[in-house]
Design a protein around this ligand. Structure first.
Ligand code: FAD
Length: 265
């Protein structure tokens, strides 16, 4: 059972950080509590970000800012995002459980928690997203995934560049509707630069950098898509969990990656 002894609703980011640091067993409440409430845990002080206005999706010059508390469903259905990234965000979100669930889960919670089973994280990696932490500390998402987290931190927003000129695609393999995916993949291209990420390997999403270099040199055609997809499967490592074996994941990666690459043509 989850127990929260004290609850606070700060009105500013500075106040939220001060509260967080005031108690060793404090925790940010910045999502729908979907994962938090699954655990058996006692939090001395829950710092709820709900009054900080972090639930926005805001186009700025050559980028879009997504507040950490924007929900999956807001991102899936946002009219501006629907016209950006070839509509990838809708594809990345629409298979996650159901609408009521997606109205609670937030992008900030899934990105900050580096969940390996995440669909949005694979999309964020392919889009070269930037995380903006408390105090305007900025970090590329791939760098964030590779680093240890600070004990006290707050993710404020996620910035994705070139929303109107980036082509992108996302796809996943699920054994049944509403279940976690067995594997997912995303790809993007902007100004001739390709990115490919594969997630739920079952480890956290990773870039297939060799396959990306190959496409950057040779361009994308149906033939190079096939070769790059095979390269991605060869260069990434895969593991086994309850949903699928590492061998299965490796075997289906070429088909999944080729599928997302072909959508960029
Ligand atoms: C049954 C089930 C099925 C699921 N299926 C899928 C799926 O198919 N695909 C998928 O992608 N995901 C799936 N998820 C994950 C889900 O979509 C959410 O990503 C996840 O539950 C986190 O959601 P939340 O917003 O409720 O976060 P919470 O549980 O509220 O928070 C998670 C963590 O993030 C921290 N946090 C939240 N916001 C911030 C912030 N701004 N700064 C710093 N830390 C913060 C919290 O302190 C907490 O530690 C599933 C989850 C469940 C329970």
């Amino acid at each position: 059972m989850l127990t929260i002894r004290e609850y606070a609703r700060p009105k500013t980011m500075d106040e939220a950080m001060a509260l967080l640091k005031s108690n060793k067993k404090s925790q940010v409440l910045g999502g729908g509590m979907l994962m938090l409430k699954l655990g058996d845990k006692t939090i001395d002080l829950g710092v709820d970000l709900v009054d900080l206005g972090l639930d926005y999706i805001k186009p700025i010059e050559n980028a879009v800012e997504i507040g950490a508390m924007a929900t999956f469903h807001e991102i899936e259905t946002d009219p501006y995002l629907k016209d950006c990234f070839s509509g990838m965000w809708s594809d990345a979100m629409k298979h996650i459980v159901g609408v009521q669930f997606r109205n609670l889960a937030t992008l900030g919670a899934t990105a900050y928690s580096k969940y390996a089973f995440s669909d949005p994280n694979t999309a964020l990696l392919a889009l070269d997203a930037e995380l903006v932490m408390y105090g305007d500390r900025r970090m590329a998402f791939d760098e964030f995934l590779a680093k240890r987290k600070r004990r006290f931190d707050i993710l404020e927003k996620i910035v994705i560049k070139n929303p109107e000129t980036t082509k992108a695609a996302f796809d996943s393999i699920r054994r049944s509707k509403g279940d976690f995916a067995v594997l997912n993949a995303a790809a993007s291209v902007c100004e001739g630069k390709y990115r490919i990420s594969v997630g739920i390997r079952p480890r956290v999403a990773k870039l297939a950098t060799g396959a990306m270099d190959y496409l950057n040199e040779n361009g994308l055609t149906p033939e190079t898509a096939k070769t790059a997809a095979k390269m991605a499967a060869d260069e990434l490592d895969f593991g086994t969990n309850l949903r699928a074996s590492g061998e299965y994941r490796k075997a289906v990666t070429p088909a999944l990656v080729e599928r997302v690459l072909l959508k960029l043509l």
